[in-house]
Design a protein around this ligand. Structure first.
Ligand code: GLU
Length: 421
């Protein structure tokens, strides 16, 4: 029987291997094998037709050893507790890899948001916020956008939280619209970070990005922004996809045109241009390219397709797109994988800038934000790449080792797990 995919087990397997490579005993890393807090909530709302529907929601705080917990909220029909727990742990590791003073958290509601009206979504978000309210706050746990949530949703969360506190609290969420305390550069930050890491990776491996073919799965905020930045920099994006499927053109796609097409409310199955062929999302993962960027959901590169991947490099823009079994196959095949906790950390880095600006009531301009983002991403890449070379381990293992070492060190400085009792 096929093994059922559990993202939390996936995360634990890598965590344990990295901790052992660092020479930590089980006692020394046991604390981070478990989330600090898990909250499951019911979210009842009145639907537009007058009946009441109850949704299931979660907020998980994995670690607050280094700082307040940080992580997005997703609205998706497949959200479940194991997924949220894994995503929360990945946030702790992500923040530690890029060395920003946060722990990790994640939240979600099990809902297909495309089936809800805007008014229903507002009621859902507000009710969910009241349910998780005791757990969140600028010093405790700071949500942000994730799959199917955006600045507008963050604004509703900020407003609900502020109503309960009786004053405006912009620092309770990041990824807000700029008019209410959001940061310039935040919307593009994850995609921009992906392009910074891609360039750094090609430099480190002596490859010329200008001559390489890039395929991107997912044309949402992250994949779409990365594709656009590559396109503007005259790089060749040969394949992109959305949930309806993908398009391929060996000579490169007109990404500006495709972005406009999607912004107009269209899906890629309706996109046509000269030389463009339609492919499925499964085809995209194994298409003829040099760099593959999964920028959709987890569990995409599995033992079923890992042997067929043609790319030499995988830059993980989604969280958890590769299973442990697939990772092994990719490593054996010599394919370089830049792990999610490094490649997609740009979003949380600029979230951190937003939070700092909110706490101090100051604003930075776009040049300053992008300069600081690039510096942090490149330093993190260097830390990971150097350790990987020293210890002769793949980049994913090196990234986990950097992260776990930092979290462990912080825990020790705070007196260790026992003295916290
Ligand atoms: N949801 C994003 C992530 O997975 C951003 C989190 C944040 O900005 O807090 O990294």
């Amino acid at each position: 029987m096929e093994k059922e995919y559990n993202p939390y087990d996936n995360m634990l397997a890598v965590l344990k291997e990295a901790a052992e490579l660092l020479g930590l005993t089980e006692d020394q890393y046991a604390t981070i094998c478990y989330p600090e807090r898990e909250l499951k909530v019911s979210v009842p709302i009145k639907m537009d037709d007058g009946h009441v529907k109850v949704f299931e929601g979660f907020r998980v705080q994995h670690s607050s050893i280094i700082g307040p917990c940080k992580g997005g909220i997703r609205f998706h029909q497949n959200v479940n507790i194991d997924e949220v727990k894994a995503l929360a742990a990945w946030m702790s590791f992500k923040c530690a890899v890029v060395n920003i003073p946060y722990g990790g958290a994640k939240g979600g509601i099990r809902v297909d948001p495309t089936k809800l009206s805007r008014d229903e979504l507002i009621r859902l978000t507000r009710r969910y916020t009241t349910r998780i309210l005791p757990m969140i706050g600028p010093d405790q746990d700071i949500p942000a956008p994730d799959v199917n949530t955006n600045g507008e949703v963050m604004a509703w969360i900020m407003d609900t939280y502020s109503m309960f506190k009786g004053h405006c609290v912009p620092g309770v969420v990041t990824g807000k619209p700029i008019e209410i305390g959001g940061s310039v550069g935040r919307v593009e930050a994850t995609g921009r970070g992906v392009t910074i890491i891609t360039e750094a990776c090609m430099r480190a491996f002596g490859r010329n990005l200008d001559e390489m073919k890039i395929a991107i799965q997912g044309m949402g905020n992250v994949g779409g922004t990365a594709a656009e930045i590559f396109y503007e920099g005259n790089k060749k994006v040969v394949a992109v996809s959305d949930y309806t499927g993908g398009v391929y053109r060996a000579e490169g796609l007109n990404i500006a045109e495709i972005r406009e097409f999607i912004k107009g409310g269209e899906t890629l199955d309706h996109y046509n241009a000269e030389g463009v062929t339609h492919i499925s999302n499964d085809d995209l993962l194994v298409c003829d390219c040099d760099i593959l960027i999964p920028a959709a959901l987890e569990n995409q590169i599995t033992e079923k397709n890992a042997a067929d991947i043609k790319a030499d490099f995988i830059i993980e823009a989604a969280n958890g797109p590769t299973t442990v079994e697939a990772d092994q196959i990719l490593n054996d095949r010599g394919i370089v994988v830049c792990p999610d906790i490094l490649s997609n950390a740009g979003g949380v880095v600029v979230s951190y800038f937003e939070w700092v600006q909110n706490l101090q009531s100051i604003t930075w301009d776009l040049d300053e934000i992008n300069r600081m983002l690039e510096k942090i991403m490149l330093t993190a890449f260097d830390d990971v790449e150097k350790l990987g070379r020293e210890k002769k381990v793949p980049l994913r293992m090196a990234a986990y080792m950097v992260a776990i070492h930092r979290i462990y060190k912080a825990g020790e400085l705070r007196g260790g797990p026992i003295s916290l009792a």
